[in-house]
Design a binder for this molecule. Structure first.
Ligand SMILES: [Zn+2]
Length: 430
């Protein structure tokens, strides 16, 4: 295995230093310019910020079943280019990842692709149908070692089913990740419910449909003494409930997507379905509350909800279009714009919310660890001073549905190392 010297890397934005990586491990960190090793490959990291490899709790890789939209190969390539060293692959594939066989298939495809670690998420209920608990124990015991369970795309709306799932995962330290959406309140929903949905004549998705489920589930999690994770929190009211639940000391964690940190519901006035997503883009006040909650730790993590959709499913009229947005290749840039350049988070904070905490929530060992001597070399090098215009056709994803097309975003991922091996170097997939 090769040896690398990352010359002049600013670990978590601190002073420049040299980082020596050998056999997949950080073996030395010294003053900038002072480290050399015979035969080592030198990576010029002058001016680059070094972060622990990013970890995504919420990625739709679409394989098996919708390989026209994404595959494990293309999705994990996108992840590596975005600075991720591990992703959690959501279960709403076809067939659904509700058995040991399917989660092992996804896990194996991830290993073969080799761009980043793939940890499959197991379905909570058989076929995501919400009526029968899936084989949670068998998935946990499988080679994929599933620890996160979610019916994402669907809400586990039956309170008894949710309670059973929370009870079941306790046995192996698992967590239930809830897509909080009260189904009856959101039938036919197209965008955030508010003045604008009335003006545009689009069926509203009221924030209370999310908040009501989160309120129920934090109470259930506390009652059962189990771990709840809330997916893609989108409203200020949800933040209030989470803050209250955390003040009680309950084992509740939550994520926010990059798009909910930057975009607002007024984009629906374009009727461009690239802005159609579930939960929907909300108001500027919601965005402010989400940013503050991520800054103060009420929201633990940024998760992409990377949701590739084929041209046929996405490029049609708003009401018929699929919900979802790409996220992996722009997540770090969006967080830099929304959180770092606004002074809400420093780079240590970004590392915590995009690597350390998501790794802990997903029970991923050897990810999200501090960049210090002896640590596994999962590292991303980002140039925070670079800017780029997002070009959907230049993305590694098989789909093109990025809401940031044509937008100039700060920060460019220069290199990603997975266990000491570059998956991305000079901004290019290796
Ligand atoms: Zn979801």
């Amino acid at each position: 295995m090769s040896t690398y010297v990352l010359k002049g890397a600013r670990i978590l934005g601190a002073a420049a230093s040299d980082v020596l990586v050998e056999d997949g491990v950080i073996v030395a960190i010294g003053p900038a310019g002072a480290t050399s090793r015979a035969g080592a490959e030198v990576v010029d990291a002058d001016g680059l910020v070094a972060l622990p490899g990013l970890v995504d709790l919420h990625t739709h890789l679409r394989e098996p079943g919708r390989e026209d939209a994404e595959t494990v190969e293309t999705g994990t390539a996108a992840a590596a280019l975005g600075g991720f060293t591990a992703v959690h692959a959501m279960a709403n594939t076809d067939p659904v990842a509700d058995t040991a066989g399917v989660v092992e298939q996804v896990w194996r495809l991830g290993r073969e692709a080799g761009h980043c670690d793939v940890r499959p998420v197991g379905a909570v209920t058989v076929g995501l149908a919400g009526t029968q608990l899936a084989e949670l124990g068998a998935m946990a015991d499988s080679a994929a070692r599933v620890r996160v369970f979610s019916d994402d795309g669907n809400c586990v709306s039956d309170a008894v089913m949710m309670r059973r799932a929370l009870e079941y995962v306790k046995a192996f330290g698992g967590v239930v990740a809830q897509h909080a959406q009260e189904p009856r309140l959101t039938e036919g929903a197209q965008m955030n419910e508010g003045e604008l949905s009335g003006v545009l004549g689009l069926q509203g998705w009221p924030a209370v449909a999310e908040e009501a489920i989160i309120a129920r589930d934090v109470l259930l999690a506390a009652h059962v003494g189990s771990r709840l994770h809330v997916c893609h929190v989108s409203s200020a009211g949800s933040v209030d409930i989470l803050r209250w639940a955390k003040s009680k000391g309950w084992a509740v964690t939550a994520e926010v997507t990059p798009h909910h940190l930057l975009l607002t519901d007024d984009l629906a006035t374009t009727y461009d379905p690239v802005y159609k997503v579930n939960p929907p883009l909300r108001t500027a006040d919601d965005v402010t509350a989400l940013r503050e909650a991520l800054a103060d730790g009420t929201i633990d993590a940024v998760a992409t909800d990377h949701a590739p959709h084929s041209h046929e499913d996405k490029d049609c009229e708003w009401a018929a279009a699929a919900m979802g947005m790409l996220g992996l290749e722009t997540a770090l840039s969006v967080v830099q714009e929304a959180m770092v350049e606004t002074g809400l988070l420093d780079w240590a904070g970004v590392a915590d919310r995009m690597s350390t905490r998501p790794a802990r929530i997903g029970s991923l060992e050897a990810h999200g660890t501090a960049l210090e001597v002896g640590a596994v070399a999962n590292i991303v090098l980002v140039d925070p001073s670079a800017r780029r215009v997002v070009d959907p056709f230049a993305l590694a994803s098989r789909s093109r549905n990025t809401p940031f097309a044509g937008r100039t975003l700060p920060g460019v991922v220069v290199a990603t190392f997975l266990r000491g091996r570059p998956t991305v170097l000079d901004g290019k997939l290796q």
